[in-house]
Design a protein around this ligand. Structure first.
Ligand code: FAD
Ligand code: NAD
Length: 514
């Protein structure tokens, strides 16, 4: 039960108590009730408010923070000089574009006191902090909190998000080991890890996915700037981000991460962890031993659906998450948005998406529908990631490396385009059976003409390009590699849902050289 764990941890770390101090002080009835206080929840509030100006919205959140966004926790916050939990209470950070902002969507003053929501003439949003919803009775429009307190609603949204997974070997370990192991999802997790980084401790990250790879880069940067400790990244796969990036690009990315100072250990897992005075002794299955002060487990997350069974709501057996209809409704007047929602994508089939844009747009649509719009969710959401200064990418649709891909790359040294027939094309079949075509648009003045198509051979510089993910020969996903402001184009191409004879021609639309 990761969601409750995180709430308890915060009470322990920060000594925080619920706000208000007792559930008895919460309204007995609200027109709009939102379960969970994250991105989807806040987005839903905004859209409810713009459709119903005097709406009274109550968020019940088991966190002890007002709604905030998560992406900077693994990226920009680590690049903010002199970041420190005492001096930076609002978690202010510099966006890549240069402007500064806080992690919180709105300052404290924006919110109505939950005890005053009922009498508030102009409505507004109140957050009951540190309370968990245990059950929803959709027929009687009632939610029950963990302490048994009941609130009735007219419209309700479940936006409970995900909780990070742990590995059984750490979950079942002795307390002396467990206290040196953490997962990563909240500002409190950031504070904790920052303390380790600031004390120049050695940090081991487990997992090659979004959080593991982004954090490894950010921590290596922080460590370099502050003359800090060693940053290890251990994972079973052969390269970074392998669920998304085709194998050749995953390995290339890993080499870049090594250059940035991450001590990447691929094809490895932790066999045993024992406490050795202040640090943990980690024995890997490849014979290596690491001494580390903290282990950050980044092995994916699972949707918070604990309230499904008592509420008699369906959870998708394969994908997890609450099953909803096209209008994001699980039952009448009960909606689900964000990471916890398992929705039907008319183009790509049933899906569950764990990214920021999806939580914003699905939250917005749920909010509209809660005010009576009855619109279907048809948005093809995007995601982005940054891995240090040389790698940034945006993706849309099914960016799944087990699908066949065609990647078209521009060499950074090139200046003038040659015709597509002059491109260098390599077809690879990986050990997992996935098939990937790499096309390097060399341009005339490039000094790379061929490369060894061997797993360990020299590879060209995949500086910038576009990767198409194919299903039944149609483009179902697009990844724009160091190419920005082209998501709209990629969305249009996916929505066209057709077979293209020449993907080089499609790639030209992305203007990978400019
Ligand atoms: P959450 O943001 O998880 O909010 C759910 C809330 O509900 C939580 O506060 C939870 O504690 C609460 N809750 C759960 N159960 C209950 C209950 N029973 N009662 C009351 N409250 C409950 N995506 C990107 O696209 N780009 C990025 O760069 C990116 N970076 C990320 C970096 C990090 C470190 C993390 C962790 C995620 C990142 N993501 C990114 C993913 C993105 O943040 C999530 O997809 C998004 O937060 C999901 O929003 P949500 O509202 O569905 O869930
Ligand atoms: P992830 O799904 O991106 O990566 C999970 C990784 O865990 C796998 O790639 C694998 O290396 C590892 N793993 C899984 N099971 C394992 C096991 N039994 N033993 C060892 N390793 C195992 O998940 P994450 O990186 O933990 O991120 C959590 C969530 O946050 C995801 O939903 C992700 O989409 C989201 N997120 C998104 C972004 C972004 O969009 N830029 C950034 C950060 C986080």
């Amino acid at each position: 039960d990761g969601d409750n764990n995180s709430a308890d941890a915060k009470r322990g770390v920060s000594g925080l108590v619920t706000s208000p101090d007792s559930s008895e002080k919460l309204p007995k009835h609200v027109p709009y009730l939102i379960i969970g206080g994250g991105t989807a929840a806040f987005s839903a509030f905004r859209s409810i408010k713009s459709n119903d100006a005097k709406a009274k919205v109550l968020i019940v959140s088991n966190e002890y923070h007002k709604p905030y966004m998560r992406p900077p926790l693994s990226k920009e916050l680590w690049y903010t000089p002199n970041t420190n939990e005492k001096t930076n209470k609002d978690y202010r950070f510099k966006q890549w574009a240069g402007s500064e902002r806080s992690l919180f969507f709105e300052p404290d003053e924006f919110f109505v006191d939950p005890e005053k929501l009922e009498e508030s003439v102009n409505g507004g949003i109140a957050v009951a902090q540190g309370f968990s919803v245990q059950k929803v009775d959709a027929q009687n429009h009632t939610v029950t909190l963990n302490d048994g307190y009941k609130i009735t609603y007219d419209e309700c949204l479940i936006a409970t998000g995900c909780a990070p997974k742990n590995l059984p070997m750490f979950r079942d370990a002795a307390p002396s080991v467990r206290e040196k192991v953490m997962v990563y999802r909240t500002p409190d997790d950031f504070d904790r890890l920052l303390r380790y980084a600031a004390e120049k401790r050695s940090i081991t990250i487990v997992g090659n996915g979004f959080i593991g790879s982004e954090l490894a880069c950010s921590l290596a940067h922080y460590s370099k700037e502050n003359d800090g400790g060693k940053i290890y990244q251990v994972f079973q796969e052969s390269g970074n981000m392998s669920k998304v990036l085709p194998n050749y690009l995953s390995r290339w990315t890993m080499a870049k991460m090594k250059n940035q100072g991450v001590c990447v250990i691929p094809n490895a897992s932790i066999k045993s962890a024992t406490r050795d005075e202040e640090s943990l002794k980690l024995e890997l299955n490849n014979g290596m031993t690491l001494l580390s002060d903290i282990v950050v487990v980044c092995v994916g997350c699972s949707p918070n659906t604990n309230l499904a069974s008592p509420s008699k709501l369906e959870v998708d057996r394969t994908l997890g998450g609450f099953v909803v209809n096209a209008e994001l409704e699980a039952r009448r007047n009960l909606y689900v948005a964000g990471d916890a929602s398992c929705f039907y994508d008319p183009l790509l089939g049933r899906r569950r998406v764990e990214h920021h844009d999806h939580s914003v747009v699905s939250g917005k649509l749920a909010g509209e529908n809660m005010t009576g719009a009855k619109k279907p969710y048809v948005h093809q959401s995007m995601f982005w990631s940054d891995l240090g200064p040389e790698i940034g990418y945006e993706g849309i649709g099914l960016a799944d490396s087990s699908l066949p891909t065609v990647g078209i790359f521009a060499l950074p040294s090139a200046t003038d385009a040659r015709s597509s027939t002059d491109n260098l094309t390599v077809n690879r079949e990986e050990d997992d059976g996935s098939k990937h075509t790499i096309i390097v648009d060399e341009k005339s003045n490039s000094d790379v003409v061929t490369w060894d198509d061997d797993a360990h051979g020299e590879q060209p510089d995949y500086g910038r390009g576009v990767i198409f993910y194919l299903k039944n020969e149609k483009i179902v996903g697009v990844l724009m590699w160091n190419l920005f402001s082209r998501v709209g184009l990629a969305r249009t191409i996916i929505n066209q849902n057709k077979k293209y004879d020449d993907l080089n021609e499609v790639a030209k639309l992305f203007e990978i050289h400019s």
